[in-house]
Ligand binder design. Structure first.
Ligand code: GDP
Length: 394
């Protein structure tokens, strides 16, 4: 679909193959193109735009604009409603064509497919900006490296190429996150204010907030952008050590079982997190579970919530914690800035080449391995390194 959906939408279909299959035949119900000039599509002049219909007078007609763009392909533009598109696709299938997603169109190289897919997955203008930049600089630089490789293989000195590729690979995590939000996981014992803090960061009610400990049984994920960087805020189930309290999995009540399943998920999320926020409740004494979590996750950003409460008892004991109130919003802007600094301490300069898929990163890693080998084993084939570099952009 080339236009926004709705009444004004226009669909564009690109059809490849033996176009004579679309010529009307004897006994045909006419479920195909009939041009205003009366000629079948296989006899239309190339690049001439022809108005016509899909279907004959006996069947329901769809108004279409058609252009044969090559001997074996034509573009067809029709109303963008699902019914119109489906009907034309079905008629094409009945005549031996098959529907393929645009990613499989032969004119896209692997790099372009990845780029086109990535560009529609970006969520903010900031991430789109870095990706758009790759359109011009990425392939240009890799082509230069291929030329350089040819020149330098006589001296067997690949220091400059290696340094350039190492510079590119430095942006691996940054590049992979241009299309995938970073995962920020909030954890802490029940009722410390995890859901409330997510709401405070989002600025609107999204997660479930309740007074009862352990309410947040499922992971609640909200996607937002901080400073233009897409971020998933993930609220974990209250981390209560149920089985350690002498209860075996078999004797757990249904409610406890649900919560226990939530904890397994929470642990997985913590393992995969890009940043962990450990919350403690300033209005209560530190508990054994707080201490255990602090010990288990020393790298987590420590947040002391409920700074607004006058019964605040933890002020002195946790000097390193960021003090916030999910209720009043105190400290939230500072917290957001800290999250961004922790996640993206450094941004690439404009025109920096950034790998943005796992395939690209692993190709660069492989080239670097082979370049290093070539230093100790001069017989290493630079031809293979060149193939890998070409795969990066072809
Ligand atoms: P969770 O179980 O960790 O997700 O905790 P909730 O977000 O559900 O909050 C538990 C309770 O603490 C609710 O009654 C919230 O209104 C309250 N609460 C959360 N943050 C604050 C805060 O900063 N100040 C005060 N006074 N209450 C808060």
């Amino acid at each position: 679909m080339m236009t926004p959906p709705g009444r004004g939408a226009v669909a564009s279909l690109l059809v490849y193959g033996e176009l004579s299959r679309l010529d009307p035949t004897d006994g045909d119900r006419g479920n195909c193109y009939s041009a205003g000039n009366g000629k079948p599509i296989s006899q239309q002049k190339i690049n001439r735009i022809v108005y016509g219909h899909w279907g004959t007078a006996t069947s329901e007609q769809e108004e279409v604009v058609c252009c044969r763009v090559a001997l074996d392909r034509f573009e067809l533009h029709c109303h963008g409603g699902q019914l119109a598109i489906q009907r034309i696709q079905q008629d094409l299938i009945a005549r031996g064509f098959e529907v393929v997603p645009w990613q499989q169109l032969p004119e896209f190289s692997e790099w372009e497919r990845e780029y086109q897919q990535a560009i529609v997955q970006t969520m903010t203008t900031r991430t789109a900006f870095y990706l758009l930049d790759q359109q011009t600089h990425y392939r240009e630089l890799i082509r230069q490296l291929i030329d350089q490789l040819e020149k330098e293989c006589n001296s067997n000195d690949f220091a400059a190429i290696t340094a350039t590729l190492q510079d590119i690979l430095k942006w691996k995590q940054f590049g992979l996150h241009l299309t995938k939000p970073r995962q920020v996981v909030l954890f802490g014992r029940p009722n410390v204010g995890k859901s409330s803090l997510i709401n405070a960061i989002l600025g609107y009610q999204r997660a479930i907030v309740h007074d009862q400990p352990g309410t947040t049984r499922d992971l609640v994920t909200a996607t937002t952008a901080l400073d233009g960087w897409p971020i998933d805020l993930i609220d974990t189930a209250g981390l209560r050590n149920l089985t350690a309290q002498g209860t075996t999995a078999a004797t757990l009540s249904p409610d406890q079982q649900i919560e226990s399943a939530g904890m397994v998920l929470a642990k997985q999320q913590l393992a995969d997190a890009d940043l962990k926020l450990l919350l403690i409740d300033l209005s209560e004494e530190i508990t054994k579970l707080d201490e255990e979590l602090l010990q288990q996750h020393p790298e987590a950003l420590l947040i002391a919530n409920k700074v607004d409460l006058s019964s605040n008892v933890q002020g002195q004991k946790i000097p390193d914690a960021l003090r916030v109130s999910a209720k009043t919003g105190a400290g939230i802007p500072g917290l957001c800035a800290t999250i961004v600094n922790r996640l993206i301490p450094d941004v690439p300069a404009p025109k920096t080449v950034i790998p943005f898929t796992a395939r690209q990163c692993s190709l660069i890693e492989q080239v670097l391995v082979e370049l290093t080998q070539s230093l100790t084993m001069p017989s290493v084939e630079t031809a293979h390194i060149q193939v890998l570099l070409e795969e990066l952009i072809s």
